[in-house]
Design a binder for this molecule. Structure first.
Ligand SMILES: Cc1ncc(COP(=O)(O)O)c(C=O)c1O
Length: 442
């Protein structure tokens, strides 16, 4: 099947005209619906939601992305689009430093902005580090612990390489042991998940590494309860939060975990080269920095900082992307992280409800809101996943991704705040057509 090239200009596809410009507030958004792009960025304050936000409010949010023609983009689980205000911030700082490098490091400014990152995830500023990716954050913990030969880490078979590979390193270098657990897709309950992890804990288990939301089936793991399990067994819990950051409302104090690493470029939509790592203050003493840096001077001696800055001195940093990261948090703060989570859950719930009615569709993601959020994984008969993905793209211009991890032959849709209910319905209709005509897509 032929792959259609998708240009950035044609990316998100408002197709607002298709649903009627009447839904759009104001002349500017109506112009957007009529295809007169781009809509200028609105001041952030203009995105504050009304008391009962309706579809016109979400159209306004959507207008802040480079929405062009009819593509419904549903793969921000890989890389999200960037709102204009965020892209503009990055460009502004880039231009400023290009013209005047005298304050190119912006250390004090970025340190001050750490407060915005920290409060977004319910952490203290001195527990939060700027990173360049989830992978970097997962390495900070996975390689920073002083592994001894025979020490075990537990993880499930649906973890991402970004989280697994630090432990491959610690295995090869120090003799740490990776113990794998299998979680059914979908599991019956959070209790079932907890008992699988608990049964695998042995005398040499030192840590559990877990995705808060797995990239494979979108399983939402019971992180709070896993923390309690770890506390009971005197283990550390490292959480791969590549997906939840910007998708669901996070609160580190409530989750309680020892470590949490998030991506900026996915659901937070901050652009590439961005991420956040959290390490609980009482755990930081056990975690060495990846790079021998982040020091201050005391009595003529250099010492490691005792806060999260010890993890982030990677030399000259890409300052514009870090400003963009903070701006993306401000963007989400104006809309509100609880409201964003509700919207994401409404869209994915609508998708799962629609898919499960279709004969021949296998849903790998749980129907329970306790075990799923914004990612949905499904197969159509046993059609090759590439054919399903391409058919959906070519026929109905919805962009989703394939998923082969764990020998799956499936496709994954991400539904985020710039997606509209009619796009979800378009995906459902597309899948219904493919499922009803499988021989056309073998
Ligand atoms: C669960 C999970 N962890 C880690 C990563 C790696 O993310 P990054 O590119 O931010 O290192 C991904 C990327 O898709 C992911 O889905």
């Amino acid at each position: 099947m032929k792959n259609k090239t998708v240009s950035r200009r044609r990316f998100l596809g408002a197709s607002a005209a298709a649903v009627g410009a009447a839904a759009l507030p104001g002349g500017m958004l109506a112009a957007a619906a009529a295809g007169q792009r781009p809509v200028p960025p609105l001041p952030l304050g203009d995105l504050a939601p009304p008391a009962s936000p309706g579809e016109d409010f979400w159209w306004k949010v959507r207008s802040q992305f480079n929405v062009v023609d009819g593509m419904a983009f549903m793969n921000n689980g890989t890389l999200g689009p960037t709102p204009r205000v965020v892209a503009d911030e990055e460009a502004r700082i880039y231009a400023e430093i290009a013209a005047d490098p005298t304050n190119g490091y912006r250390r004090a400014e970025l340190h001050e902005k750490r407060e915005t990152l920290a409060s977004f995830i319910g952490a203290e500023p001195d527990e939060v580090s700027y990173t360049r990716s989830t992978t970097e954050g997962m390495n900070i913990f996975g390689r920073g612990l002083d592994w001894r030969e025979g020490d075990e880490v537990l993880m499930c078979t649906h973890e991402h390489n970004g989280g697994i590979e630090p432990y491959i390193h610690s295995r090869e270098r120090y003799g740490a042991v990776i113990k794998w657990v299998d979680i059914p897709s979908p599991p019956e309950s959070a209790d079932q998940i907890l008992s699988i992890y608990e049964a695998a804990i042995g005398p040499r288990t030192r840590a559990i590494m877990v995705s808060h939301i797995t990239y494979v089936t979108g399983l939402l793991m019971p992180v709070k309860e896993l923390t309690e399990l770890c506390n009971r067994k005197n283990l550390l819990l490292s959480v791969d939060g590549a997906h939840p950051l910007g998708m669901i409302a996070l609160d580190m104090k409530d989750l309680g975990c020892h470590h949490y690493a998030g991506a900026g470029q996915k659901w937070l939509m901050a652009g590439t080269g961005t991420g956040v790592s959290f390490i609980r203050r009482d755990t930081m003493g056990d975690i060495w920095p990846l790079i021998g840096a982040g020091t201050y001077r005391e009595d003529g001696e250099r010492r490691f900082r005792e806060d999260s800055r010890k993890y982030e001195n990677t030399g000259q940093r890409h300052v514009p992307s870090q400003y963009a990261l903070v701006k993306s948090v401000e963007f989400q703060n104006v809309i509100g992280k609880d409201l964003i989570e509700r919207r994401v859950r409404m869209l994915s719930g609508r998708l799962r409800e629609g898919l499960r009615e279709i004969p021949g569709v296998k849903l790998w993601t749980s129907m329970s809101d306790d075990l799923a959020a914004g990612l949905t994984l499904f197969s159509v008969h046993d059609l090759p996943m590439e054919n399903v993905q391409q058919a959906i793209l070519n026929r109905d211009r919805v962009f989703i991704r394939t998923m082969s991890t764990g020998n799956l032959n499936a496709v994954r849709a991400s539904t985020h705040l710039y997606n509209m209910p009619h796009e979800v319905d378009r995906l459902i209709a597309s899948v219904r057509h493919i499922a009803a005509n499988p021989t056309d897509y073998m």
